[in-house]
Design a protein around this ligand. Structure first.
Ligand code: MN
Length: 312
């Protein structure tokens, strides 16, 4: 997916509770789809290497085009596409063409640069529900050759009534085969019925937790869709209780410790890199995304934004 805003920062006042912080999503638009943008935060550009979290749906796409994100470029990040319901078609400038369904992972490593499009297929599920996540590449890996991975099968674990699917990193003994460039975890927790568990955490990691469906209480904090809970490093476990049918996400990693400069679909370190990437897209140097009917996305005007000094 793509950010349509020139400025992806949001302002909010964290609510502190036992070392945890709760923030509220900003509502944003991606094409015709309304999303809950949970990250980035003004005060926190990344959690581990996770630097962008959009949650959309569940919404009806019955009889309409559904998701339509035209070709657009990325640098310096991985895009993590994960569905709870529906189907999305991915195409990129490497020639990849891949449908994704719930329980599967589309992982695109942009590295030095790639372009892609994501759309609902012509014949699609009438419902759509998912998350679009970005992982920042650490400085030493930012120039890697772009790649695309599709993982149809992912490892599962079962803890206290939660069916856990691990799509990045490792949790509760299950390890994802997806390529990661920093110590990280990304997991989908599904409560079949009323569920209560103590989830094991890596104390070197910081984490975020959010509810995509239903309601939960995590570390004593009540969560529903649109709320994000941040947990600082140093925890070896967290208590999670959820109503039956709830879906939660746990994302985390070792604090990146690198200043990120994010503008449009680019994760960089300096304004010069952003300017160069925008020029490369304008001059059509990211390669062609085949098969998409329609115009590619234009970058917002550079002079309409202020490229703030990078910060952690
Ligand atoms: Mn994208």
């Amino acid at each position: 997916m793509s950010t349509v805003d020139a400025d992806v920062e949001i302002a909010e006042v964290p609510v502190a509770q036992d070392g945890a912080e709760v923030t509220e999503a900003r509502i944003a638009r991606v094409g015709d789809i309304t999303v809950r943008r949970l990250m980035p935060l003004r005060a926190r550009r990344s959690v581990g290497a996770w630097c962008f979290v959009d949650h959309y749906g569940p919404l009806s796409v019955d009889g309409v085009a559904g998701m339509e994100v035209p070709p657009h470029p990325h640098i310096g990040l991985q895009t993590v596409t994960w569905l709870l319901r529906g189907d999305v078609l991915h195409r990129d400038s490497l020639g990849s063409e891949q449908m994704i369904w719930p329980g599967q992972l589309n992982l695109m490593t942009a590295g030095r640069g790639i372009a892609h499009a994501e759309e609902s297929p012509a014949e699609h599920d009438p419902q759509l529900h998912g998350v679009q996540l970005w992982v920042a590449l650490p400085d030493v890996s930012r120039q890697v050759v772009p790649t695309f991975e599709h993982h149809a099968e992912l490892p599962a674990a079962r803890v206290g009534g939660f069916a856990i699917t691990v799509f990045m990193g490792e949790l509760a003994g299950a390890r994802s085969p997806a390529t990661a460039f920093s110590p990280i975890v990304g997991a989908d927790l599904a409560a079949d019925g009323p569920a209560r568990a103590s989830l094991p955490l890596d104390p070197a990691f910081e984490h975020i937790v959010f509810v995509a469906e239903g309601a939960a209480e995590v570390g004593g904090v009540r969560l529903q869709p649109g709320r994000l809970l941040y947990l600082a490093p140093g925890r070896e476990q967290i208590s999670v209780a959820a109503a039956g049918g709830s879906r939660l996400f746990l994302l985390g990693g070792v604090p990146l410790g690198e200043p990120l400069l994010m503008w449009w679909n680019f994760v960089a370190r300096t304004p010069e890199e952003i300017t160069a990437a925008a020029a490369a897209w304008r001059e059509d140097r990211f390669g062609t995304v085949g098969g998409y009917r329609g115009e590619r996305l234009a970058a917002p005007p550079l002079d309409a934004i202020h490229l703030r000094a990078p910060r952690l």
